[in-house]
Design a protein around this ligand. Structure first.
Ligand code: SF4
Ligand code: SF4
Length: 375
């Protein structure tokens, strides 16, 4: 725990000093890669499946050889973490797991995010043999009715649950260290099942569960490539996924229960307490919701056509097809974007601002003390 704290303190101090001085003497902590693929679901919050032109143009997206070049650069620059996600379903990409294998071999810790519907015996074995460090599966409800209603395709929940069970069995049998986590996007459709989902996570034997509020403008990033329809944020707030005023008390009570579980069980809920608490304010007044966002100093995001984004909701500031990420990290375009991001007015709680913080430490200490008294 001490090692984790020191490493966190060192990273956070570097990011903080860089943000105060506008001097990027640090390297990114993480690269997030959105590889081009297609999708088998029709999630209510997603614009991708509604945009046939984008889906068809994704075939001109990053090739395996281009991503390998990126991985070599990430390794050479000693960036510790790579998040592999799909613009579409990640596991539909023919090279996602090859990328993971390659990166892990070069000492980069990879997480892969998936909708979890394609994990059969064969896929589970491929995932394990890629030496992936963290597998994150989206699960938006504790019941099939809720999850399938959000994900737009009947039978999705059953496939995801089977996939999680299979991964769990096989990782134990093969004695691999892969972490298995689930992620819930909180919306008006599933708020009532958030606590039940924690119980389900415990029953399924996963290593952790995390929460984020629904972001209706999440795929707006791709409008930088002018493929997607303009996104009207005012309309987004009226969307049926947004938590309405008359459910805000319920939201408070659900978040309070999640915080209590986190304090009692320490490591099961991965979302920091600060972020959980922020979800209450996020849904109340997103227009006034403002964070001191440091993400421009912590990570780089690469889109499906090689575009580099300072965060997923800002426009592209370069391309890995034209320059290396090191050059982009120190570029004037990114320096300018970082300045504007400090004043960001987007309604955003994408979790980019939060890493394990002092509240996590308090929760861990509280758990330790409790275990001494009630072993
Ligand atoms: S949110 Fe992900 S899984 Fe759902 S339709 Fe969009 S790309 Fe597919
Ligand atoms: S708060 Fe603004 S700058 Fe930060 S991640 Fe969200 S959209 Fe990007």
């Amino acid at each position: 725990m001490v090692g984790k704290m020191l490493s966190y303190a060192k990273d956070y101090a570097g990011i903080w000093v860089a943000s105060k001085t506008n001097f990027t003497f640090i390297r990114p902590r993480r690269v997030e890669l959105g590889i081009p693929t297609s999708c088998n679901l029709k999630c209510r919050m997603c614009s991708l499946w509604r945009s046939p032109s984008l889906l068809s143009d994704l075939k001109y997206g990053l090739k395996y050889s281009e991503v390998l070049g990126l991985i070599r650069e990430v390794a050479k620059w000693r960036i510790p973490d790579l998040v592999v996600t799909g613009i579409g379903e990640t596991l539909l990409s023919h090279y996602a797991l090859d990328i993971v294998r390659h990166a892990e071999t070069m000492g980069i810790r990879c997480s892969l995010v998936t909708n979890g519907t394609l994990i059969d015996q064969d896929m589970a074995m491929k995932i394990l043999s890629s030496r992936l460090s963290i597998l994150t599966i989206s699960l938006d409800g504790a019941t099939a009715q809720t999850h399938d209603q959000i994900r737009g395709v009947k039978g999705t929940y059953d496939k995801v649950i089977k996939g999680i069970q299979l991964m769990n069995q096989l990782r134990r049998k093969n004695k691999t260290n892969i972490l298995l986590t689930i992620c819930m996007t909180i919306s008006s459709f599933n708020l009532h099942e958030a606590v039940a989902l924690v119980d389900l996570a415990r029953d399924l034997g996963v290593d952790g569960i995390s929460f984020q509020p629904v972001h209706l403008q999440e795929l707006k990033r791709l409008s930088a490539t002018s493929y997607l329809m303009d996104h009207d944020e005012e309309k987004s707030n009226e969307s049926d996924l947004w938590i309405p005023r008359d459910k805000l008390m319920e939201l408070d009570s659900v978040i309070d229960r999640l915080v209590r579980i986190k304090i009692c069980e320490g490591s099961l809920i991965h979302t920091p307490i600060t972020m959980l608490e922020s979800i209450k304010y996020f849904f109340r007044n997103p227009k006034k919701f403002k964070m001191n966002c440091l993400t421009g100093y912590a990570a780089l995001r690469i889109g499906p056509f090689g575009e580099v984004f300072p965060c997923w909701l800002y426009e592209s500031i370069g391309s890995i097809r034209k320059s290396g990420i090191r050059e982009i990290w120190h570029s004037d375009a990114l320096t300018k974007a970082r300045k504007s991001m400090k004043q960001c007015q987007n309604k955003c709680l994408l979790g980019c601002h939060f890493t394990t913080g002092p509240d996590e430490l308090i929760a861990l200490i509280a758990k330790k003390i409790r275990s001494l008294h009630y072993p």
